[in-house]
Design a protein around this ligand. Structure first.
Ligand code: MSP
Length: 539
């Protein structure tokens, strides 16, 4: 593998800015874990990364939630934000920026952007009539409602009829430019199925969309008309821009866009694709700014086939899951078991079974028993072994780094993990077939050492390549193999050594091995998913 001549690359990756109508649920955790895995992978390769997450705090949904609970909207937001921050800590998420749309710096950015689009003549006053879903914060066209005007995403919520004066954004003006964007940049919307969906939607014809609300104080005032507040989506998308400001920098668009723009990757769920793949690029085109490089719309986590969500009250509490099973377990399960881009159902029994089989048995026990043998047969040092060309593990391991990197690049997390685990599973079979205890008994020291080296090296490679997903387990494995690398501490990782660590065969001979200790304790089912307190949910 040769990355030596690659340019140093800069990546800004975002999660959605989550609504604060309630504490985070597993759906929000899912996107954030994926963003963190991708960010860690790019950092491991020496990329300069800015990972952005945050909260979307204005609008009717939040205002109503706060009203129903008692505190002022701002107090309510502040409370919920601490819940998000606590969960990201529990899940070991290494974000660089937390963008809150109620920050005063954000208001400055939104106003400047609004004025820019206004000066282009792309905003006008008109009359908005239609059915509004407060849970989506979106007007629902006929194709997105049931016959009795319920939202298709939130069938338990009735849409509300609105007839009011709003400011509109001239989306229609950008129809052709958007079509050209999708055509010229096939990677702009991923996966392919979502790209087709968006292209189809745009082809059927766009409508201008309203970007202000009347009779709603909880929002940023429209700079040209104080009777209106800016529509929550117009406001929230710009939260990505605000996040790019350095902490002490004056909040101007020029400052925000100087270093990290355009965003490399927006990670979102499929329900908010239109906003990111149609409205957002059109807004940026109007402002004369380059559009993001890539928007990836992942699938839904479902329960009984329905999207899990706060509005439907059928969610799983991610904090309870992490507290019961640990961050690496939760991260591994969602990245490995659900193909990113597709929907996936969550079942706790399956969760426990997969983790016990793959992390506790296949990976953990493998290391444990191999270190035990290395202690007995090689004095706990990495043996100096000549590995023949046709060694099975070497053959699987040889191109693994490239295959796994290719998978991480395109967010195929499940494929990346499956490729790595195939090596681990091959190790278990190899050890059983080669029976190093037997070889040792027969006095075949060099054959014994070959087997042990091949397995220890394969476990090392697996741990390295899995480190974006399960950094703690990987660090424990590295430590037991005699390295002093903590994958949670970027400063302890020599990214210049990426090529060597990501290739099979780099475990140094004579390295002193550490003490064998379980790297992943077996899990017992505790039904943590049902610990979720549904009474907090709002419609
Ligand atoms: N506030 C907007 C985003 C603004 S971004 C400028 C929003 N917030 S949200 O909290 O409702 O949803 C955030 C993300 O969570 C969306 O990407 C959504 O797809 C995702 N999920 C919500 N429920 C989900 C599942 N059940 N499964 C997977 N992801 C889901 O929309």
């Amino acid at each position: 593998m040769n990355y030596a001549d690659r340019e140093k690359r800069r990546f800004a990756v975002t999660t959605p800015l989550y609504y604060v109508n309630d504490l985070p649920h597993i759906g929000s955790a899912y996107t954030t874990m994926a963003a963190d895995v991708w960010a860690r992978y790019q950092r491991l390769r020496g990329g300069e990364v800015l990972m952005i997450t945050g909260t979307d705090e204005h609008g009717q949904k939040i205002q109503r939630t706060a009203q129903s609970k008692g505190p002022s909207p701002q107090e309510h937001c502040d409370q919920i934000v601490t819940g998000f921050e606590a969960l990201w800590q529990l899940l070991n998420i290494q974000y660089d920026r937390f963008s809150r749309t109620t920050a005063s710096r954000h208001e400055e950015i939104v106003k400047e952007f609004f004025n820019l689009v206004w000066s282009k003549g792309d905003i006008y006053l008109g009359r908005q009539q239609g059915w509004y879903c407060v849970s989506c914060e979106e007007f629902k066209e006929e194709r997105d409602r049931t016959s009795d005007n319920r939202c298709l995403i939130h069938p338990n919520v009735k849409t509300e009829w609105r007839d009011e004066q709003n400011y509109f954004f001239r989306l229609t003006k950008y129809q052709q430019q958007l079509e050209a964007l999708y055509k010229e940049r096939p990677d702009f919307i991923q996966p392919e199925s979502r790209r087709n969906e968006m292209r189809g939607f745009v082809k059927r014809g766009l409508q201008d969309f309203s970007i202000s609300r009347v009779n709603l104080d909880w929002g940023i005032p429209v700079p040209v008309d104080s009777d209106h507040t800016i529509y929550v989506w117009f406001d929230a998308l710009l939260g990505y821009v605000t996040a790019l400001l350095e902490p002490e920098e004056p909040p101007t668009l020029a400052n925000a866009l100087a270093k990290w723009w355009p965003i490399s990757l927006h990670l979102i769920g499929k329900d908010i694709l239109r906003f990111h793949a149609i409205y957002w690029p059109a807004m940026l085109m109007s402002a004369g700014l380059p559009v993001p490089e890539r928007v990836f719309g992942h699938g839904f986590l479902t329960k009984d086939g329905m999207k899990m969500g706060k509005s439907l009250g059928n969610t799983v509490d991610p904090s309870a899951l992490v507290k019961a099973y640990g961050a690496d377990a939760v991260r591994y399960y969602f990245m490995k078991e659900i193909e990113f881009g597709k929907d996936g159902d969550f079942k706790e029994t399956r969760f426990v079974n997969i983790l016990n089989a793959e992390l506790a048995n296949d990976l953990g026990n493998l290391l444990n028993r191999t270190l035990g043998m290395a202690k007995k047969y090689c004095g706990s040092t990495v043996p100096l072994a000549e590995i023949p060309e046709d060694n099975l593990l070497q053959q699987i391991g040889a191109g693994l780094g490239d295959r796994v990197c290719a998978a991480y690049e395109v967010l195929a997390f499940s494929k990346a993990c499956a490729e790595i685990m195939a090596l681990v599973q091959a190790c278990n079979k190899y050890i059983d077939d080669r029976a190093p205890w037997q070889l040792y008994k027969e006095g075949k020291q060099s054959a014994t050492e070959q087997v042990l080296y091949a397995v220890l090296e394969s476990v090392r490679l697996a741990a390295y390549l899995l480190s974006p997903v399960i950094p703690r387990v990987s660090s424990a494995i590295y430590e037991q193999l005699g390295f002093s690398i903590d994958f949670d501490q970027q400063s302890s990782i020599d990214t210049g050594q990426f090529d060597s660590h990501a290739s099979w065969g780099s475990l140094p001979a004579n390295q002193k091995l550490g003490k064998a200790q379980p790297v992943f304790e077996r899990l017992e089912l505790v039904n943590a998913a049902s610990m979720c307190d549904f009474s907090r949910s709002v419609g």
